[in-house]
Design a protein around this ligand. Structure first.
Ligand code: MLT
Length: 246
């Protein structure tokens, strides 16, 4: 297995696809997706365009759908939800499909949606992702941070490092054996430095600060936890993610 880390979707090569691609948006889209599926959501369907989301979700029974829209960290007017994982309780999401569009996370997923295996990862479901990779052993894996409008995000790269770090340990493999690029090694270095204070890192991250200005402190706290959900969102058809079962 070779693991490649890309800090943003824009940095992924355009002339090749990996066997397995993983989108990461710790703050907060992929944390929300894992939470929705863990709370019994039927599926998560992602859109980059808000109007297209409305159009497609119109064809779904109203009582079986939820529309989530986020731009700039805030909820889009007229949508049921913004992008806070804490709003996605069992009472709200069980048996429903979440139609979601966010600033960066859904764009990252669209960039990788042609890969044969597409997953989403966050810190909260990191070990479920690692378990899957150990079981399937895909030859090439891309871990793609969503970033913020084309720029690097600390929280996505630290999550990529958390995945790669755990894989190296559990494979009993050296960095050189697993690293597909230098970014993978730097992601592990970032995680190694901050693994005992991930909330502290999220507070320093520029998007973390944006969310704090929006009074989303509890979201940062929730998203900074590691391995609390044994759930793996996996793409079933382009843009539609369900929970993986062996
Ligand atoms: C995004 O897609 O950019 C994020 O998930 C933004 C957010 O925190 O809602």
């Amino acid at each position: 297995m070779k693991i490649f880390v890309y800090h943003t979707p824009e940095l992924t090569p355009s002339d090749t696809i990996p066997e397995c691609a993983i989108a990461v948006d710790v703050l907060r889209a992929t944390s929300t997706m894992a939470t929705v599926l863990a709370a019994g959501g039927e599926a998560v369907q992602v859109f980059s365009d808000l109007n297209q989301l409305i159009e497609v979700s119109e064809n779904w029974p109203a009582e079986k759908r939820l529309r989530a829209g986020e731009r700039g960290g805030g909820k889009v007017a007229g949508f049921d939800l913004g992008n806070s994982p804490l709003d996605c309780t069992e009472e709200v999401v069980e048996g429903r499909r979440l139609f979601i569009s966010t600033t960066n996370g859904t764009r990252a997923l669209q960039r990788i949606q042609d890969a044969p295996i597409v997953l989403t990862a966050a810190l909260i479901n990191r070990e479920a992702v690692v378990k899957f990779l150990l079981e399937k052993q895909p030859e090439t894996v891309w871990i793609v941070g969503s970033g913020w409008e084309g720029t690097f995000s600390l929280e996505d790269t630290v999550c990529a490092g958390a995945i790669a770090h755990s894989l190296c340990q559990q494979f009993n493999a050296s960095l050189e054996e697993l690293a597909g690029n230098d970014e993978m090694i730097s992601a592990i270095a970032l995680y190694s430095q901050w693994q005992n204070d991930l909330l502290g890192l999220l507070h320093k991250a520029s998007h973390g600060q944006r969310l704090l200005r929006l009074e989303c402190y509890e979201d940062l706290k929730y998203c900074s936890q590691t391995d609390i959900l044994d759930i793996l969102p996996i793409q079933q058809e382009p843009g539609v993610l369900k929970s993986y079962h062996k």
